[in-house]
Design a binder for this molecule. Structure first.
Ligand SMILES: Cc1cc2nc3c(=O)[nH]c(=O)nc-3n(C[C@H](O)[C@H](O)[C@H](O)COP(=O)(O)O)c2cc1C
Length: 306
């Protein structure tokens, strides 16, 4: 069979031409990649996390390489929602690829206000609510580790927007399925996981932390097995689509997540190593389906056999 397989998926009301999206914070606001890849080939774009006011993030050093991954403590440096709408949306709306805005608030009202602002922007396909950033002092992770708070943030955001809501979950919890179930009940249209795993690294000569923030978020291939496990568990617990994230470098990695039950995936750290990673992953998924004689990517989603 050589016919091109159908790669289309729907993630809680957003139609993607293929299941490969970019992960927030690793792809800027997309225009940075316009010379490097065909942005219209992507399934979806998630932009850098945005807050109400611009933020310069944490002091340096903010990135450390680790075996099979990296630690970051950027602390949500961003241009702020108003500048994003004014300066970045005009380019994004020229693309055929849907864009999701990743939002982060220091408190419940800030999340709600951000959702209201994004709701006014017709060209934005959906909102990814980040309740899982480990690198900021207030808010973020505080909401993502408690099922009730997580549900309350989602309710507050839901009241302000009719746009599809994807809620990004933290792996730094005892039972990720509990949080997933609560955000589903609160009105999330999909969940994405995982955000980074909290870690740290020490300079043995100075005996000081390598990151100015002391702790940071671990990403890259090192976290993939944890992410696949959590995606598999959450996919069994909720009815809404699950978006798999964590250490995806190749098509094989992406397929592992799809088989575990993810409807789509996001590619993060790989963009730093190989800016064309997403294009290769899309091509590789297509090739795999052709080789396996599978006409539609839906057939692979959740096809895990135990
Ligand atoms: C430098 C960097 C910045 C990030 N910034 C954000 C962010 O602003 N919002 C967010 O929800 N996740 C952010 N993340 C988390 C990623 O989107 C992703 O969940 C995580 O890195 C795991 O995927 P990966 O192993 O493919 O990188 C960031 C990750 C990195 C490495």
């Amino acid at each position: 069979m050589n016919k091109k397989p159908d790669l289309k998926v729907n993630i809680g009301g957003i139609e993607l031409k293929n299941p490969v999206m970019t992960a927030s914070g690793t792809f800027g606001y997309a225009d940075e990649f316009r010379e490097l890849i065909d942005l219209n080939r992507l399934g979806g774009i998630v932009v850098k996390g945005l807050s109400l006011k611009p933020s310069s993030g944490n002091p340096p050093r903010r990135i450390v390489e680790t075996p099979c991954g990296m630690l970051n403590a950027i602390g949500l440096q961003n241009i702020g929602i108003d500048a994003f709408i004014k300066e970045k949306v005009p380019f994004l709306k020229t693309l055929s690829t849907p864009t999701l805005v990743n939002i982060y608030g220091a408190n419940m009202d800030a999340y709600a206000e951000l959702a209201a602002r994004v709701d006014d922007v017709e060209e934005i396909a959906g909102i990814e609510v980040n309740i899982s950033c480990p690198n900021v002092k207030a808010g973020g992770i505080a909401f993502g580790v408690d099922p009730e708070s997580a549900g309350n943030v989602v309710k507050a955001v839901r009241e302000k927007t009719g746009k599809p809501l994807m809620v990004k979950l933290s792996p730094n919890v005892t039972d990720v399925t509990e949080i997933a179930a609560c955000v589903e009940d609160a009105g999330a249209d999909s969940v994405s996981l995982i955000n980074t795993i909290t870690g740290m690294a020490i300079d043995i000569h100075t005996r000081r932390p390598k990151l100015a923030n002391i702790t940071g978020g671990l990403s890259g291939p090192a976290i993939k097995p944890v992410a696949v496990r959590m995606v598999w568990q959450v996919a069994q617990r909720v009815k809404i689509p699950v978006i798999g994230i964590g250490g995806i470098m190749t098509a094989e990695d992406a397929l592992e997540f799809l088989i575990a039950g993810a409807t789509a995936v996001q590619v993060g750290t790989a963009n730093f190593v190989n800016p064309k990673a997403t294009m290769e992953i899309i091509g590789g998924i297509e090739k795999f389906l052709i080789e396996e004689g599978i006409g539609n990517v839906q057939e692979i989603i959740g096809s895990f056999r135990v």
